[in-house]
Design a protein around this ligand. Sequence first.
Ligand code: ADP
Ligand code: UDP
Length: 236
Amino acid sequence: MQRGEELYSGKAKSVYLTDSDDSLILLFRNDTSAFDGEKIEKLDRKGMVNNKFNAFIMQHLEEQGIATHFLQTLSDTEALVRRLDMFPIECVVRNVATGSICKRLGVEDGIDLALPTFEFFLKNDELHDPMINEFHIRSFGWADEEAVEVMKERTFKVNQILSKLFADAGMILVDFKLEFGRQGDEIYLGDEFTPDGCRIWDADTREKLDKDRFRKGMGGVVEAYEQVAERLGITI
Ligand code: ADP
Ligand code: UDP
């Protein structure tokens, strides 16, 4: 599959047309951003690690019955995916309270939640991705009722599947963000699942093994991603 014109260049990935109207190529770059693009650095090997990490997770989810956009790996840093009309929405599930929810609700960092919780955010860097609810989504037409239900249900299902995957490898899936889109009548999980968009802690030490290392300037960012990959049995 040949890479065509660049359709979009985001903060960490570039999206290209292909010779089919139904597919796109995602290029995972080394660029790493935080705080809505305020902090940006290139981290060696990150594009490759994330591409392989994402391919493994998407295939695992597909095997467990989640419809994803992933079609095939094309190179170290490129994946072929279904072309989706993305909902401008981020779906976040949390198993442990940390990050923005602690600031917003004044709750202690690191509390294990009695039940996983769910939040919608609007994808809008200028507005710093504000939290929104189902009424906002419906009122402004960002998605219809069916899509809202599908996104919630599938995000919780992904949480069940991946919490087990990480737990079996001695890690805690703290929280994560998913994006969904539509092709025809079908809704698919799109974008990526990598340590850039989730929080993963070592189960014993609670050491951070995700993008919080970059946000907090802790170093060893890609090394941590590789450690998680290795523990999951992903060959980089
Ligand atoms: P951002 O746009 O947040 O800076 P990225 O750098 O990851 O993020 O850019 C990837 C972009 O591609 C995102 O806007 C995402 O919504 C979009 N995208 C991901 N998967 C698909 C897909 N299958 N079809 C169309 N667009 C997609
Ligand atoms: N997240 C993401 N992209 C965003 C916002 C959040 O991938 O634009 C992920 C983030 O990595 C974490 C989860 O969603 O795994 C919850 O993030 P939170 O709301 O705590 O925001 P943050 O503290 O990252 O600002």
